[in-house]
Design a protein around this ligand. Structure first.
Ligand code: BGP
Length: 473
């Protein structure tokens, strides 16, 4: 049988509101947690923030024209909650809804399927001030109301919806490494906030069934499949533990409606387990998604970690290769570099086969369709004197990952689409503007917004061919 992509495969690309829009206080928008957090000195690379970002709010038509020219079939974007509800709840800001009306209509007019992310980390600051955002159960109903507003407004035009983006990665930085708001080191709060987010996710999916009965919804998970560093039994056990705590904790809860037993037991014994209230277990089972959104960048290799071993390491946010430090959970596992894999300048392991492995694991364990909602390479790009950007390394990265997608489909994975990260260059949360992912170069950097010109890179034309040939390229 020929290994091929389905004819209706969604060839896409992705972004997120805070990383592209800018216009942070325009047309009635309220501040998000990120608007506040990035203003605290030292929190981001060179103090960069999304106040202006890449000005997509004002230039979305130009950006969509470039998508159309490339032949893009799907565009994943997120809605800024505080644009819709400046206070997080209560009075809705009509101007915010109108902006996304226009964006969605422009996509549809260009035959591009909108893929709408409900939440990509920019919670209203008002809710953080009032009750601590994800640390209070009030968030469940406020998020639900916000989602219902969007379901009613866009449900007739938008088929594919992403509920929470990378709850795992975001909460890890929010409550363990302290690199995302609220920026604390507290594992107990980490598990409590995650539990609330799981409930909010399930509630939002339950409402979705009512308001958008013909739509498809799923969370996007930051999926780094685990490898054991060796076949030594204690490394194998470390790897099993890492799978349980780093992946299955989220994937099982989303897709099976309950936490994995071994991890839950461990957390109960260490007084870290979340607080269950009546109805929680039932609600979780109502949140089973239509597909699993996978954001894939790398695999992570684990080895045994002694009880007095590594806890928190340091993350490379500068692009200085080799500045990453290993992290772990004492007594259970720690990360270790994989000598078989090349890394990017940000020390992310490049592993296309790992994507195939991950897709197969999800298929076997949950039997759900998969939508790759992010995959890409963040690198320094150079604008040449002749005005071109020769990003062959990005083409190599994307091509090798797409090859593995094709293999995974032949293995039996029901893959409905692939969104590269990202369409244009954009703000990298912790790494500023110098870490670029786009098919389209944006002429700006940390220090200067320059003229924000959009310049298609070599990879833009390559992906155009990929789409045109339905992945034969
Ligand atoms: C994911 C996020 C994206 C994006 C991407 C690249 O975790 O969902 O928003 O930022 O990773 O990450 P980074 O910008 O840190 O390189």
């Amino acid at each position: 049988q020929k290994k091929a992509f389905p004819t209706d495969f969604l060839w896409g690309s992705a972004s997120a509101a805070y990383q592209v829009e800018g216009a942070w206080d325009e047309d009635g928008k309220g501040p998000s947690m990120w608007d506040s957090f990035t203003k605290i000195p030292g929190k981001t690379f060179k103090g960069t923030n999304g106040d202006v970002a890449v000005d997509h709010y004002h230039r979305y038509k130009e950006d969509i024209a470039l998508m159309a020219k490339q032949g893009l079939k799907a565009y994943r974007f997120s809605i800024s909650w505080p644009r819709i509800y400046p206070q997080g709840k209560g009075e809705v800001n009509e101007a915010g809804l109108v902006f996304y009306d226009q964006l969605i209509d422009e996509l549809i007019a260009n035959q591009i399927e909108p893929v709408l992310t409900l939440y990509h980390w920019d919670a209203p600051q008002a809710l953080a001030d009032e009750y601590g955002a994800w640390e209070s159960r009030e968030m469940i109903e406020d998020f639900n109301q916000y989602c219902i507003t969007l379901y009613k407004r866009y449900g007739d035009r938008v088929k594919y919806w992403v509920s929470l983006n990378e709850q795992n990665y975001n909460s890890n930085h929010a409550f363990i490494t302290a690199m995302h708001p609220p920026g604390v080191h507290d594992r107990k709060r980490f598990y409590e906030a995650n539990h609330i987010a799981f409930l909010a996710n399930a509630k939002a999916i339950e409402s979705f069934r009512q308001y958008v009965p013909n739509g498809k919804i799923g969370p996007s998970f930051a999926y780094s499949p685990s490898y054991p560093a060796s076949s030594q039994p204690r490394d194998m056990l470390a790897y099993e533990n890492a799978e349980e705590f780093q992946n299955n904790w989220w994937l099982d809860t989303y897709c099976l409606g309950h936490y994995p037993q071994v991890a839950l037991r461990y957390l109960q014994e260490h007084d870290l387990a979340p607080t269950f209230e009546e109805g929680d277990i039932e609600l979780l089972t109502k949140g089973i998604p239509d597909f699993v959104g996978v954001n894939y960048y790398q695999t992570i290799t684990y080895e045994f970690n002694p009880i007095d071993g590594v806890a928190e390491g340091k993350m490379n946010t500068t692009g200085q290769k080799g500045s990453n430090e290993d992290t772990g959970r004492p007594g259970l596992y720690k990360t270790t570099p994989n000598g078989h894999l090349e890394t990017s300048n940000w020390d992310w392991a490049i592993d296309p086969i790992g994507l195939r492995i991950g897709l197969r694991r999800i298929t076997s364990r949950y039997g759900l369709p998969v939508f790759i909602t992010e995959n890409g390479l963040g690198e320094f790009d150079k604008l040449e004197a002749d005005g071109s950007i020769q990003d062959d390394y990005r083409i190599d990265y994307l091509r090798s990952h797409l090859e593995q997608c094709r293999e995974a489909i032949a293995d039996g994975v029901d893959l409905i689409g692939y969104c590269s990260w990202s369409f244009t260059d954009l703000l990298s949360w912790l790494n500023g503007y110098q870490k670029r992912y786009g098919f389209v170069y944006i002429n700006r950097d940390e220090d200067s917004e320059k003229d924000m010109r959009r310049i298609p890179k070599k990879s833009y034309y390559w992906y155009q061919q990929v789409i045109e040939s339905n992945g034969e390229q």
